[in-house]
Design a protein around this ligand. Structure first.
Ligand SMILES: Nc1ncnc2c1ncn2[C@@H]1O[C@H](COP(=O)(O)OP(=O)(O)OP(=O)(O)O)[C@@H](O)[C@H]1O
Ligand SMILES: [Mg+2]
Length: 395
């Protein structure tokens, strides 16, 4: 077992504050395992909507749920949106005898009805595969190559891991998406997913992609939104403000899990990854996900001007702005673009994140920092403090 103490503490903390907590993460990231760990050791009742017995018990939901006390776990709750109004009535009782822990594999935008009726009563906990703080810094390469989905990360060999991820992609397209009510063609979604892997870390040009796939740009957008809603693709939003400069306004796209990226690109070993022209982009995506976990996705943007200045990540926290540049190099240097971003965006500080472990100043407001020290560096300036849950554990 890989322990996930911060994640668990966050869920437990939120359960004390909110009558409904919803764990939201892609297929196979460990939601059920975590929900069961939270339920263990307290009065709890578990339902799994993928299990026919649970489904039958919930056929008359009010009867099944109203007498329960303590914690009620409903796994894959979004498969039964009709439960939500019932849960709402139950948590509005005073005093409320039960709290609810739900899990789901797609964002509420994708699955209609899954959460509107719980508005104001539900706290979401975003989840993904393992991160570096969970597996330990010594396992950086393995985590980056295989990604964080537990079965891939823990597979006995690189070949097993790679095969598992290829199967994941197929099952996901042919079965999982259907269950969220997505009826688009698996072949078209696979082509698009592969296209995103090639665009990974670049701005998304729906018309260009549409042309190369022979599809309307509106279709391309809908498909991209499905993959985003199913939590496997990230659209990183651009930051823009009135600077008297033309700034980029379309999102950058990433495959969220680095292991799935490598599967889609056919990169099965670390040496294949190192020899690939996608190496730098893969590293960038890996760091982006680590930063977003620390800072919360609503606080993270990229920035770029038409004139060519760019900043990989702009992080908003505590009323200040922080910059992050991602470089796959042991000896990153200051660039003109970094100075432009510092001045134009009035950054408090800028870090250049590299795969090594050294930390050293590059300039008055710019430090090079190794990925292993990134978490501590962000915590030291208060990034992540506003996220719900116990203060992130020091490591
Ligand atoms: N912390 C962990 N340490 C080791 N293995 C884990 C951990 N969490 C999950 N796993 C393993 O990963 C696999 C998927 O976990 P789990 O079923 O909890 O994920 P899930 O998100 O509920 O998946 P699904 O979306 O398919 O329901 C299981 O084989 C599980 O044993
Ligand atoms: Mg599950």
């Amino acid at each position: 077992m890989v322990e996930r103490p911060e994640l668990r503490a966050r869920v437990e903390h939120l359960l004390r504050q909110s009558p409904v907590v919803s764990l939201l993460g892609p297929r196979q990231c460990g939601k059920t395992t975590l929900a069961r760990a939270v339920a263990r050791g307290r009065r709890a009742e578990l339902f799994d909507l993928e299990d026919p017995v649970s489904r039958r018990r919930l056929e008359s939901p009010m009867t099944a749920l109203e007498t329960l006390r303590g914690l009620v776990v409903i796994d894959e709750a979004q498969l039964a949106p009709e439960l939500m109004p019932v849960i709402r009535v139950l948590v509005d009782r005073r005093p409320a005898p039960a709290r609810f822990l739900l899990t789901g594999s797609a964002s509420p935008d994708l699955v209609r009805g899954a959460s509107e009726s719980l508005a104001g009563r539900v706290a979401f906990v975003p989840m993904a595969g393992f991160d570096l703080s969970e597996v330990g810094a010594a396992s950086l390469r393995r985590l980056w190559l295989r990604g964080g989905l537990p079965r891939s990360y823990l597979a006995r060999s690189e070949a097993d891991s790679f095969r598992w991820r290829e199967d994941f992609v197929t099952t996901f397209l042919e079965r999982d998406l259907r269950r969220f009510g997505v009826l688009l063609s698996p072949q078209a979604l696979r082509r698009l997913w592969s296209m995103v892997a090639h665009y990974h870390g670049q701005q998304w040009n729906a018309s260009e992609v549409g042309r190369s796939l022979g599809e309307a740009h509106t279709t391309v957008k809908r498909h991209l939104d499905v993959l985003t809603g199913a939590l496997v693709v990230r659209q990183l939003q651009p930051w823009f403000e009135n600077l008297g400069k033309r700034q980029v306004k379309s999102p950058k796209v990433y495959i969220r899990d680095s292991g799935l990226l490598h599967a889609l690109l056919g990169l099965g070993t670390f040496s294949a990854l190192e020899g690939s022209p996608r190496l730098g982009a893969s590293w960038e995506g890996f760091v982006v996900e680590e930063v977003i976990r620390a800072a919360g996705e609503r606080n993270v943007y990229f920035w770029a001007t038409q004139a060519g200045a760019e900043l990989d990540l702009l992080v908003l926290a505590g009323g200040r702005r922080w910059g992050i540049e991602v470089k796959y190099s042991d000896a990153p240097a200051v660039t003109k673009s970094m100075r432009v971003a510092l001045a134009d965006l009035d950054l408090a500080h800028l870090w250049v994140v590299h795969p090594g472990s050294a930390r050293y100043p590059l300039d008055e407001k710019i430090d090079a920092v190794g990925i292993r020290e990134l978490g501590a560096t962000l915590r030291a300036v208060g990034i992540g403090d506003h996220l719900p849950g116990e203060r992130r554990r020091q490591r």
